[in-house]
Design a protein around this ligand. Structure first.
Ligand code: DGJ
Length: 739
C-alpha cells in the first residue's frame, strides 16, 4: 500500500520506492504539507513551529491561539483570502468581487490505480502498481470545493497531482488561479533550476538562489514556449549531478504556465506551479468545475542525474504512448533546410533518391506542399495538395518514395491560417481577432479558434484527406506563433484565461483524433523548433523537434538543458548542412552525427550536395546509430560535463541499465597548442568492473574511469606522423564493454 492514513495523528503518507510525501489534517482542519524526502514512517509535523508571528494573522476560529496562521504553516493547497500572504494556489472571486475563501479538509479516499484526466494529458500505468488519493477541501463559507488528486506510482518514484475546483454554489464565480500543485519545504537553502531561452536557443540551464524573494518563471504566450520550460527543479544549494537533494516538477500542459518559487520570512520555501494565473479569469457557473493540468513530482536525494533518470523513464514509458514509444524510429530525411518552400516534386524525389541510396529510411516533406504556400505569406489553412507544384498527387509522390524503399511523412500546421488563404476568405470569424482592432501578427499568420469544436473538426477532416491519400507514416505538427487576440466569435465570454485553456484542450482534441484514426502513425511535435517541448505534448507525440537551431555546437547546449527533464529519445535531432544557415559555423559531418545521435537521429539537407567522401560516411553513421540505438535510447543517460561552464569539451554517455556496455560521446569545443591534459570522467559504470574499449582493445578499470576518466582522445591528421590534440569540433564515440 502506497497511501498510509494514520487516523490517530491524521497524517496521509504517500510512499514510493525511495521517497515519502506527507500531508496532514492540521490545526482547525487545514491540510498542511509536512514532508517530501527519503522514506519516513512517522508524523513529520513535529517540524512545524507554532509561534505568534507578528503580521501573520490568525483564522477567527483560532480564537485566542495566535500561533496558528496559514501564513506560516506549510500548506498543501494554499488559498488566497485565507490570511496566507505568500504565493497561493487558488484564488476565487465571488460575484460581488470579493476574494475570500478558506479551504479546510473535508475527507479523503484511496482508489486503486492511477486516475486519468479526460481531455488532458496524464501519466498512465500499464504494468506498474498505482494508487490514487483523493482529498476534498471545502470552503468554510460556501459550497465551493477543491478536489485534490494524487497518483502514486511507487516503482517509478513518482507522485502526480492535480486539483479540480468545483462550484457547488448558486452563484457565478471567477477563478483567478487554480494551480496544479504546491510544494512547501519547511527548511533548507533552495535554488530554482529552470530552463530558459529563445527561438533557436531553447532550454538553457539556469540556476538561481531563491533566498528571500519570489522568483517567477513561466509563459504568457499561450504555449509552453521557447522562453521558459514547464519543467523546473528545486535544488538544495550544494546539489550537483551526483549528490544532493532536488525535487523535479514537470507540468503536463502545453499552454501558458507559471512557477512561483519564493522564500518566506521564517525559512520556508514554497513553489506553486500550474496554469499562468496572470489575467486568468475563468468563470464557473453553478455546477461547473475547472480541472487543473497534471503536475508530476519526483524527489532525488542523489542529485540531478538520478532525478533525470526518473523523469526519463516516466516520460518514455508512462507519458509517451503508441506503437513507436519503445521502437527504433526510422532514420529520416527532412527537406526543410535544403529547400524551404522552394521545391517541386522532382527536387523532393532527388533528395529522397540520394537519401535512400545512402540508407535513410523515411522522407519527410516539410512546409510548402499545399494551397498557395510558396512563401510564408499565404496558404496556411488550405490543406489541399498543390499538385501543380508537386507535378503529381500526394499519393503518387508517396508511392514513388515508397518504391525507393522509404517510408513517407508530411508536415502540417493545423492551428494556423494566413489571411491570404481560401479558408480565411471563407471563414474570417475562425481566426482569433478582437473586433475593431488590428490583430497582432506573427510570421504573417493568425491563430485559428481552437476553442471551437467545429474549427478543429473542419481542419482535421481536410488534413485527414491528405493523410489518407498518401497513407502517411509520419506527421510533423508545427505551430509557429504565440497566441494573442484571445477572442471567440461564438460566445459572449471573452475570458482570456478560459479561451487560452480551451484552446489548448482543442489542440489536444486534434491530436487525440489523429492518433485514434491513425494508430500506427509516428507523430513528431514542433513549434518553431522546441517552443512546445513539454510533457503534455509528449503524451501525444513521442518526439518533438528540439530546436530550429541545428548547429551541432549550439545543439549540444540545447540538448544538454533538455536532458534534465526529458529523455533523449524524445528530442528530434538532425544532421544539417554546413556552414550552418544560422551560425555560419562549420563542423565535421561526424560531429554533427554524434550530436544528432543524442536524439532521434536524422538528416536535414540535400545529400546530393555533400562531398563523395562524406557520402561514404552517411551509411556508416546510420549503421552506427542502428548498432547503438538500444544503448542510446534505452540506456541510462549521464551528463559528464557542465556545458554552461566548461567551454573546452562537452561529453555525455549512455550506460546499459545492467552496466554491461556504455557509449561515451565527446566533442572538443575549444583547443590550444600543446594542450594541457584533459580527462573525461565517466559515470554509471559497474564499480570494480573492467571495461574494454571496443575499437582499440584498451582495458580500463571502471573505478579509474569514474575517478580519473578517459584522457581526451588524440588525432592522427592526414599527412602527419604524430598524434595531435583533438581540434576544435572534433567528436569521438567510445564504446566500452564490460569484460
Ligand atoms: C518551423 C519548424 O521548426 C521548421 O522545422 C520548419 O518545419 C518550419 N517551421 C516550416 O515552416
Amino acid at each position: 500500500m502506497s497511501v498510509i492514513y494514520n487516523p490517530t495523528d491524521q497524517t496521509i503518507t504517500l510512499n514510493t520506492k525511495n521517497t515519502s510525501y506527507q500531508m496532514k489534517v492540521g490545526p482547525l482542519g487545514y491540510l498542511v504539507h509536512t514532508y517530501y524526502g527519503p522514506h519516513i514512517d512517522t508524523d513529520a509535523s513535529y517540524c512545524m513551529v507554532f509561534r505568534d508571528r507578528g503580521f501573520s494573522p490568525n483564522p477567527y476560529d483560532a480564537k485566542l491561539d495566535r500561533t496558528i496562521s496559514p501564513d506560516t504553516m506549510p500548506m498543501e493547497y494554499p488559498c488566497d483570502g485565507s490570511g496566507d500572504y505568500r504565493a497561493t494556489a487558488v484564488s476565487i472571486k465571488r460575484p460581488n468581487g470579493v476574494v475570500k475563501c478558506d479551504f479546510r479538509y473535508d475527507g479523503h479516499s484511496v482508489v486503486p490505480g492511477k486516475y486519468s484526466l479526460p481531455g488532458l494529458p496524464a501519466v498512465y500505468v500499464e504494468n506498474e502498481e498505482a494508487e490514487t488519493l483523493v482529498v476534498t477541501l471545502k470552503d468554510k463559507y460556501s459550497d465551493i470545493e477543491v478536489i485534490l488528486q494524487y497518483g502514486i506510482i511507487p516503482e517509478l518514484d513518482v507522485i502526480t497531482r492535480t486539483a479540480k475546483i468545483q462550484n457547488n454554489t448558486e452563484e457565478n464565480i471567477i477563478l483567478n488561479n487554480a494551480a496544479s500543485g504546491c510544494i512547501d519545504m519547511m527548511s533548507g537553502e533552495w535554488d530554482l533550476v529552470h530552463f530558459y531561452g529563445r527561438h533557436a536557443g531553447e532550454r538553457a540551464f539556469g540556476r538561481t538562489e531563491i533566498g528571500q524573494r519570489e522568483i517567477l518563471v513561466g509563459s504568457r504566450r499561450g504555449t509552453s514556449s521557447h522562453h521558459e520550460n514547464p519543467f523546473v527543479i528545486l535544488a538544495e544549494r550544494d546539489t550537483a549531478e551526483m549528490h544532493g537533494a532536488c525535487i523535479g516538477m514537470s507540468l503536463l500542459y502545453s499552454g501558458a504556465f507559471s512557477c512561483n518559487a519564493g522564500g518566506d520570512a521564517f525559512g520556508g520555501v514554497r513553489a506553486v506551479m500550474g496554469i499562468q494565473p496572470e489575467h486568468f479569469d475563468y468563470p464557473l457557473a453553478p455546477g461547473e468545475s475547472f480541472q487543473a493540468p497534471e503536475l508530476a513530482l519526483a524527489y532525488s536525494a542523489d542529485g540531478f542525474t538520478k532525478l533525470s533518470h526518473i523523469f526519463h523513464k516516466l516520460i518514455a514509458n508512462n507519458i509517451c504512448r503508441g506503437p513507436w514509444k519503445n521502437k527504433r524510429r526510422p532514420v529520416l530525411i527532412n527537406n526543410w533546410e535544403a529547400t524551404q518552400m522552394n521545391f517541386d516534386g522532382e527536387k523532393i524525389l532527388s533528395i529522397a533518391r540520394k537519401a535512400a541510396d545512402l540508407g535513410v529510411e523515411m522522407m519527410v516533406l516539410d512546409d510548402g506542399w499545399f494551397g498557395a504556400r510558396n512563401d510564408d505569406y499565404a496558404g496556411l489553412g488550405d490543406w489541399v495538395v498543390n499538385t501543380e507544384k508537386l507535378g503529381c498527387t500526394m499519393g503518387e509522390l508517396a508511392d514513388q518514395i515508397r518504391a525507393m524503399g522509404m517510408k513517407f511523412g508530411i508536415w502540417i500546421e493545423p492551428e494556423m491560417v494566413n489571411e491570404d488563404s481560401d479558408l480565411f476568405r471563407e471563414h474570417p470569424e475562425w481566426a482569433m481577432r478582437v473586433p475593431g482592432t488590428d490583430p497582432v501578427i506573427a510570421r504573417n499568420q493568425l491563430v485559428l479558434d481552437y476553442s471551437r469544436k467545429d474549427v478543429v473538426d473542419y481542419v482535421f477532416d481536410q488534413i485527414a484527406k491528405v493523410l489518407d491519400e498518401c497513407k502517411a507514416d509520419y506527421v510533423k505538427m508545427d505551430m509557429n506563433r504565440p497566441l494573442s487576440d484571445m477572442y471567440t466569435a461564438v460566445s459572449d465570454c471573452q475570458s482570456r484565461g478560459k479561451l487560452q485553456y480551451e484552446y489548448v484542450l482543442g489542440v489536444y482534441r486534434f491530436m487525440e483524433k489523429l492518433l485514434e484514426r491513425y494508430p500506427d502513425l509516428l507523430f513528431e511535435g514542433c513549434s518553431g523548433g522546441g517552443g512546445r517541448f513539454d510533457a503534455g505534448m509528449l503524451y501525444y507525440s513521442p518526439q518533438i523537434w528540439c530546436s530550429d537551431n541545428t548547429d551541432a555546437i549550439d545543439r549540444i547546449r540545447i540538448q544538454y538543458g533538455t536532458s534534465f527533464g526529458y529523455p533523449i529519445r524524445t528530442m528530434g535531432a538532425h544532421v544539417s548542412a554546413v556552414p550552418n544557415y544560422d551560425t555560419w559555423r562549420k563542423t565535421p559531418l561526424h560531429t554533427r552525427a554524434v550530436v544528432a545521435m543524442e536524439g532521434t537521429f536524422g538528416y536535414e539537407l540535400d545529400l546530393n550536395l555533400i562531398s563523395d567522401e562524406e557520402k561514404k560516411e552517411v551509411p556508416e553513421q546510420i549503421e552506427t546509430f542502428k548498432k547503438y540505438w538500444n544503448l542510446l535510447h534505452n540506456g541510462l543517460y549521464y551528463r559528464l560535463t557542465d556545458v554552461m561552464k566548461n567551454h573546452q569539451e562537452a561529453a555525455w554517455m549512455m550506460v546499459a541499465e545492467d552496466g554491461s556496455e556504455a557509449l561515451v560521446n565527446i566533442v572538443k569545443l575549444n583547443t590550444t597548442g600543446n594542450c594541457p591534459n584533459r580527462y573525461i570522467r565517466c559515470a554509471g559504470l559497474t564499480p570494480g568492473a573492467t571495461y574494454i574499449n571496443e575499437a582499440t582493445g584498451d582495458i580500463y578499470s571502471a573505478n579509474a574511469l569514474m575517478t580519473i576518466g578517459i584522457p581526451m582522445p588524440r588525432v592522427m591528421r592526414p599527412g602527419t606522423f604524430w598524434w595531435s590534440n583533438a581540434g576544435e569540433y572534433d567528436a569521438f564515440q567510445i564504446h566500452l564493454c564490460r569484460v
